[in-house]
Every structure is written in structure tokens, then in C-alpha cells.
Design a protein around this ligand. Structure first.
Ligand code: PLP
Length: 467
């Protein structure tokens, strides 16, 4: 039934398909033309009684599934944080699937635990992160931040592991922080009312003086300040919070400082951004997603902490069936977080870091930043448009100087075309267009074509938007 030999010809065909796809993804529409439910309606409601040949599965993948795919690997995908699943990452994913390793603990597959440590140490060095940062890989930044706040809770309220919260804890972040911080305070039982969003300045950075006031007001009211989440590269505008000032304010109150660098952490490979990390040596934890802007296929979120012992205290639970060697070099990553099972994600990170090398990654990141700056310059040079926020990395926020309805129409038309996929956000209640560059295949011609489309639509917007 499970016939490995029948795998060979179909797998060879699949490899050819993958290579062809990666070389030519721009021939597909960036986003699928379909309505919600179309794919569900197209597929049988019940699974097959008897097995089907692999060749049929591959054919149906192409005929049925592909038309419902949004192509994140398309060079004109500018939405969210655009990203690329690069060839070394794809190769590693195939091999990892074949091994089916589950890195529950060291003994279950030593390579999962040890390669994760090696690849994360390289990334830590290349990013200029302090040497005492201990790393592990989770699926997403949301889960990394959840672990940061669970550790913060453990530090501020050590009884909470047994009894649930015994103190009225407070967490702080800017009004631009990612919604994963909200979800983390929900999940660790601190509650949304105890997440204090600190207003940002004109460049969308957390204002330290307002953080200081919030902490003092909470102390006076009997709360226990517990953690601050500083963002290095916010989701909407990629603004960078002043980490050193935040750490200075947090230290006297023993607050856990978590740095969310999910996207812009990649830019720390570039020496020109190293100063953004000042203060990180006194922060408690840090997350960067190599699956956002370091060309590793989803999912790969690198979570580091200087206090792995606090994470262990928060999470270690060892039933007899998971007890293994006590050799201290055998790191059991299950002790440092919630998941027991662990995909072999270290392999794809290691492949990608080796394939590009540090210099290769630096050159590519600089190239992509320059593509975004090209768009920024177009916006700034055209009086019909305005830049909505500084654009330090590869993401640009801007709008037509016109009512929101016109900008909404422009965004909707661009995305309806299937030629490009851009995003939108609200900045100080103002509708904003947002373009993120992150694809290895994106060229100047793609940026120029996007700008041409934007300006053409801008000329038509007032007539069509009803605004
Ligand atoms: N933090 C920031 C700054 C982000 O921009 C995002 C997503 O874009 C996240 C966290 C959440 O990332 P994930 O999808 O890996 O949970």
C-alpha cells in the first residue's frame, strides 16, 4: 500500500514542477480569482474509500488547489510582510518531511535540538545580539511573544504557575504593537484591561516619558508592572521603539523587556542598523521571524531569551515517559515552552543561512531596501501623494492626498486586478496604502509597474470612488 517506488517518478515530476514554479511564479495572478467557499464546493464532501495514486494527487493539486492559492512567492506580492520561501528552504522542508523527526527531547532526535542551537547561534551572532541569548524555534512570533509574557509572569508572580495569578499584573506596549501582544495577555491570564497601550510620537515610536508615567500611576494604584513589549519594526509602519530608554525605565521596576523584531530583526544583519539594538543586552527576550524577511519558508520564528531558567521554571513538567539523560549538554527543548512535538525547523534555517551566507543576505536585504526606497522617492516626488510614515526598511506607507474613499478605491482596484497585492492600514485614523518588499525575484521593473498603476488609478479615483 505504502509503495515507496511509486514515489520516485511522481516526486521527480514534482521537483520539476517546483523548480518551474519558483522560476516562473509571476505568470500566475498574485491572488486567486475566487469567492469564499469555491474550493470547498469543488472538492468531494467525503474522502475516498480506497487509496488514490500519487500521480492523481499531483494532477489535482495543479488543477484544483493551485487556482485557489495566493502566491506569496510572487514578485508582485507586496501585502503583509512580503516574503520568499527560497530554494534551500524548500529543499530542507522536503528532507525534514522525509525524516519525520519529532524533536520532543534531545534523545528523540539529537539533530533537531542541536542544529536548532547551531543555526540560532549563527543568526544571533550575525544580528549582533548578546552572546547570552538562548534560542529556540517556534512556529510564529505570536507563540514566541506568548512565551515571553509567560516568562514575565513567572518572574513577577512565581506562585502563578500553581495558583494562577496572585497579583494584578500590568503589561505595556505601544499603540502600534502587534495584536499578538493582545492575544498573549489574554492567553497568560493577565487580561486585556491590564495591557496598557502607550501613545506613540509622530514617527510612531513608543514615548518613553508616557511609559514612565503609566508605570508610576500603576504602582500608585497597587498594580504590579510586569513586562514591556518594545517593537523593532512595527507592523503598520516598521517604526522602531527606543529600546535603550525602555530598558532604562524598566530596570528599576524589574520589568521583563521583550523585543518584537518579527520583521525588522532581519535588517540587523546590516551594520547600518546595529545601533537600533542598543539596550538589547539588558532586555529579557527577543523574537525575529526568519520566515518573514530572511527567505526561510513558513514557519520559523526564532525566540531568544537571556533567562532560559525562568522559562524552564514556568514550563517544565516531566512525566516518567519523557524522562531522559541528565547530561547537561542534552538540551530538551520541551522544557522551555508549551509544545512537546517539534518540527525539524532548524534544518531549513541552517540551509538558508549557508546557501546565502552572511554577505549574500546582506546584499539581498540592501537590494530590497533600495527597491522600497525607489517607491518612497516616487511618492515624495509626486505632489498628488504623501508619505504617511518614515520608511527605514523595505516597507512604505503613503496615500493620495484625497479623501479616504479614493484611497480605498485605489487599494481595492489594485488588488482586484490580480496583478499586484498591496496592503492597507489606518494611521491616526487615516486610511493608508502600504507596500512591503520581501521577494527575491522583485525587480525595479516591478516597482515601476506598481507606481505606474498607482498613479493611473489615482487619476481616476475621484470619479469612481464616490468620495
Ligand atoms: N510581530 C510583528 C511586529 C508582526 O508584524 C507580526 C506579523 O506580521 C507578528 C508579530 C506576528 O507574526 P506571526 O504571524 O509569526 O505570529
Amino acid at each position: 500500500m505504502h509503495d515507496v517506488d511509486s514515489f520516485r517518478p511522481v516526486a521527480r515530476e514534482a521537483i520539476e514542477w517546483i523548480a518551474d514554479y519558483l522560476a516562473n511564479s509571476r505568470r500566475y495572478p498574485v491572488t486567486p480569482r475566487m469567492r469564499p467557499g469555491d474550493l470547498i464546493d469543488r472538492l468531494p464532501a467525503q474522502g475516498p474509500e480506497t487509496g488514490e495514486p500519487l500521480a492523481q494527487l499531483l494532477a489535482d493539486f495543479e488543477a484544483q488547489i493551485l487556482p485557489a492559492v495566493g502566491h506569496w512567492n510572487h514578485p508582485r506580492f507586496f501585502n503583509y510582510f512580503s516574503s520568499t520561501g527560497s530554494v534551500p528552504g524548500v529543499l530542507a522542508e522536503m528532507l525534514a518531511a522525509a525524516l519525520n523527526s519529532n524533536g520532543i527531547n534531545w534523545v528523540a532526535t539529537p539533530a533537531v535540538s542541536e542544529l536548532e542551537q547551531v543555526a540560532l547561534a549563527w543568526l544571533r551572532q550575525w544580528s549582533g545580539l548578546p552572546e547570552d541569548y538562548f534560542g529556540q524555534i517556534f512556529d510564529t512570533a505570536s507563540i514566541s511573544t506568548l512565551h515571553a509574557l509567560a516568562a514575565a509572569r513567572e518572574m513577577a508572580d512565581p506562585d502563578s504557575r500553581r495558583r494562577g495569578l496572585t497579583k494584578r499584573l500590568r503589561v505595556y506596549c505601544s499603540d502600534q504593537a502587534h495584536s499578538s501582544v493582545d492575544k498573549a495577555v489574554i492567553a497568560v491570564g493577565i487580561g486585556l484591561d491590564n495591557l496598557i497601550k502607550i501613545p506613540t510620537d509622530a514617527a510612531f515610536r513608543l514615548q518613553p516619558e508616557l511609559l514612565r508615567q503609566a508605570i508610576e500611576a500603576d504602582l500608585a494604584a497597587g498594580f504590579t508592572p510586569c513586562a514591556v513589549v518594545a517593537t523593532l519594526g512595527t507592523t503598520s509602519t516598521t517604526s522602531v521603539d527606543p529600546i535603550r530608554e525602555i530598558v532604562d525605565l524598566a530596570a528599576p521596576h524589574n520589568l521583563w523587556v521583550h523585543i518584537d523584531a518579527a520583521y525588522a530583526g532581519a535588517a540587523l544583519l546590516l551594520p547600518e542598523f546595529a545601533s537600533l539594538l542598543q539596550g538589547a543586552e539588558r532586555a529579557h527576550s527577543y523574537v525575529v521571524n526568519p520566515h518573514k524577511w530572511l527567505f526561510v519558508p513558513v514557519d520559523c520564528s526564532a525566540f531568544y531569551t537571556r533567562f532560559p531558567e525562568i522559562l524552564r521554571r514556568a514550563f517544565t513538567v516531566t512525566p516518567e515517559y519523557l524522562r531522559t539523560t541528565a547530561d547537561p549538554r542534552a538540551v530538551n527543548l520541551m522544557d522551555y515552552g508549551i509544545p512537546l512535538g517539534r518540527r525539524f525547523r532548524g534544518l531549513k534555517l541552517w540551509f538558508v543561512l549557508r546557501y546565502f551566507g552572511r554577505q549574500g543576505l546582506i546584499a539581498e536585504l540592501r537590494r530590497q531596501i533600495e527597491l522600497a526606497q525607489r517607491l518612497r522617492r516616487y511618492v515624495e516626488a509626486d505632489g498628488r501623494f504623501e508619505l504617511a510614515a518614515p520608511a527605514p526598511f523595505s516597507t512604505v506607507c503613503f496615500r493620495k492626498r484625497a479623501p479616504a474613499a479614493e484611497n480605498r478605491w485605489i487599494a481595492a482596484e489594485i488588488n482586484r486586478s490580480g496583478d499586484f497585492f498591496i496592503s492597507q492600514t489606518l494611521l491616526r485614523e487615516q486610511f493608508t496604502l502600504r507596500v512591503a518588499v520581501g521577494n527575491l525575484a522583485t525587480t525595479e521593473a516591478d516597482i515601476d509597474a506598481l507606481w505606474e498603476r498607482l498613479t493611473a488609478l489615482a487619476a481616476l479615483a475621484s470619479a469612481h470612488s464616490g468620495g
